[in-house]
Design a protein around this ligand. Structure first.
Ligand code: ADP
Length: 498
């Protein structure tokens, strides 16, 4: 029997709702053309939540055609003011439905509901409201050089945007992509991660309810190779925006060459925290821990390498361990006291545990954790390794879990050299009360974001993007808005004669 397009689900906290299972194309939920389906699993219980439809190339074709038609026939004619109103309405509906949306992600992604998904919802709302503010302010410039020429620029949308998101922030990552695209007059086909597809299908219902014309926002579920790749290589897609691993980012960039798509990539990281001995010690310990352990360490800009000045090294390690022991509550994502849930799935869990096992085998000093609690679910304890050498695998590679490596430095020059000793360049945190030093070091760090005296307190009003192998282009802030427009120069001859 074929799968229905919608079904009633009761989540572990008792929330009962209608979960769409189809692909959201043209404001309707539809089955995949070949009937392919897949399952999504609750990582806390290891049980299947539901089966749902999976897109492949044929479905991508339909979604792209729907988006193109919407762009040329309706969306291009909308005013910025109308786009702003629709975005605000969408955000209002997300707010109204926040209990259902947060509960879905707590179950589907294992994110602690009260201490984590609620923040995602707040960020999601902020992004849509922020972008709605831009929608009627997309303007060019007049360029006045000669009285014989009237010239101006227009910031035009690309047209149809393909968007591929990961599983660590299903709602917020989508907002980072849909918000700016829609504000600037583009339409989109967004592919969710096969690991966490459910909340964005529920969100799709709100897209229709908000009054978006059919085809403007399309949301498809499916796998990277069968649904993501056809999107990245589709000739009907004008811009591709991706967040995920660096390996996949490179593939996307290659595929995008088919029609020279505009490309934005947010990829991996191995971001450093640099702790000077003149820092506010207590606050630094808290931020350094938050910077790696929040969201179970599943953050691309997690500050997963901590370099501490040798004068306070052992004291810092002891305090970091104590802070984790007293503040981290590992457990059921639906328990309000829990701030550390399971990793998102078995693959990630096994990958993280293999990094930990290898580090242990190499005799690297284990300060805290290093185990998986003996219970159902893909849980990994907050883990701290110390005295880690620069060439250790766990120092070089992105673990994408609650695992931090700590090592020491003595001078400012050495700290900068160590912080920059990575192929990645997404984020970095500097801790010092000496502001001259903070600005000096911030300028030397090779990364798209530098936090001074905090870590990973991402602000949607600022650009977020990677240097080096961490990405291409930026999202968020005015820069992120501009990344969804292409500039056209219009020259008007005011009397120059040949
Ligand atoms: P992770 O390893 O953290 O899951 P990925 O880069 O594999 O990160 O996945 C991020 C997103 O990219 C997901 O939506 C996934 O389906 C998609 N994806 C994976 N491989 C490809 C690919 N070859 N082409 C396009 N999209 C892909």
């Amino acid at each position: 029997m074929s799968l229905p397009l919608q079904k009633e689900i009761t989540l572990p906290n008792g929330v009962k709702y209608e979960q769409p299972l189809g692909l959201f194309i043209n404001n309707e939920f539809v089955a995949s053309k070949n009937g392919a389906t897949f399952q999504t699993i609750n990582p806390a219980t290891e049980e299947v939540i539901t089966d749902l439809y999976a897109a492949d190339e044929a479905d991508v074709d339909v979604a792209v055609a729907a988006a193109r038609k919407a762009y040329t026939q309706t969306w291009k004619k909308m005013s910025g003011d109308d786009r702003a109103r629709l975005l605000r309405k969408l955000a209002d509906l997300v707010n109204e439905e926040r209990e259902v949306l947060a509960s879905i992600d707590a179950a589907d992604a294992g994110k602690p509901k009260a201490t984590n998904v609620e923040n995602d919802i707040e960020e999601t709302l902020s992004v849509y409201y922020y972008c709605s503010g831009w929608a009627d302010k997309i303007t060019g410039k007049t360029v006045e050089n000669s009285p014989l020429k009237f010239a101006y620029t227009r910031h035009e949308p690309y047209g149809v945007c393909g968007q591929i998101i990961p599983w660590n922030y299903p709602l917020a990552m989508a907002a980072w992509k849909i918000g700016p695209a829609i504000a600037t007059g583009n339409v989109c086909v967004l592919k969710t991660s096969e690991v966490t597809p459910l909340s964005m299908l529920y969100f799709a219902k709100l897209v229709k309810k908000a009054g978006f014309p059919p085809g403007v926002i399309n949301i498809i579920s499916g796998f990277g190779k069968t649904a993501g790749a056809p999107l990245a290589s589709h000739k009907g897609i004008d811009k591709i925006a991706f967040t995920g691993s660096t390996a996949t980012g490179r593939e996307i960039m290659k595929m995008a060459t088919i029609n020279l798509k505009a490309v934005t990539l947010e990829c991996g990281g191995k971001s450093p925290s640099v702790v000077f001995d003149d820092c506010d010690f207590e606050q630094t310990v808290k931020w350094a821990l938050f910077g790696i352990m929040y969201n179970q360490g599943q953050i691309c800009s997690a500050t997963s390498r901590i370099y501490v000045q040798d004068t306070i090294y052992e004291k810092f390690l002891e305090a970091l361990k104590k802070e984790s022991q007293t503040t981290s509550h590992v457990g059921d994502p639906f328990d309000d006291k829990v701030d550390h849930g399971p990793q998102v799935n078995e693959t990630q869990y096994k990958k993280i545990m293999s990094y930990i096992e290898e580090a242990k085998k190499q005799g690297i000093r284990l300060v805290l954790g290093g185990n998986s609690p003996d219970k159902k679910g893909y849980y990994v304890e907050p883990t701290i390794f110390a005295d880690v050498s620069e060439d250790a695998k766990i120092m070089r590679e992105e673990v994408f879990g609650p695992v931090v490596v700590v090592s020491k430095f003595s001078t400012e020059e050495e700290a900068i050299e160590l912080a920059n000793n990575s192929e990645y360049g997404l984020g970095a945190a500097i801790f010092t009360e000496n502001l001259t030093k903070a600005h000096r070091v911030a300028a030397e760090i090779e990364s798209g974001t530098v936090w001074v005296n905090s870590s990973n307190d991402t602000d949607i009003h600022l650009p977020f993007g990677g240097f080096k192998m961490s990405g291409v282009g930026t999202e968020l802030g005015e820069y992120g808005i501009n990344n969804y427009t292409q500039v056209k120069a219009v020259h008007v001859n005011m009397g120059s004669r040949l």
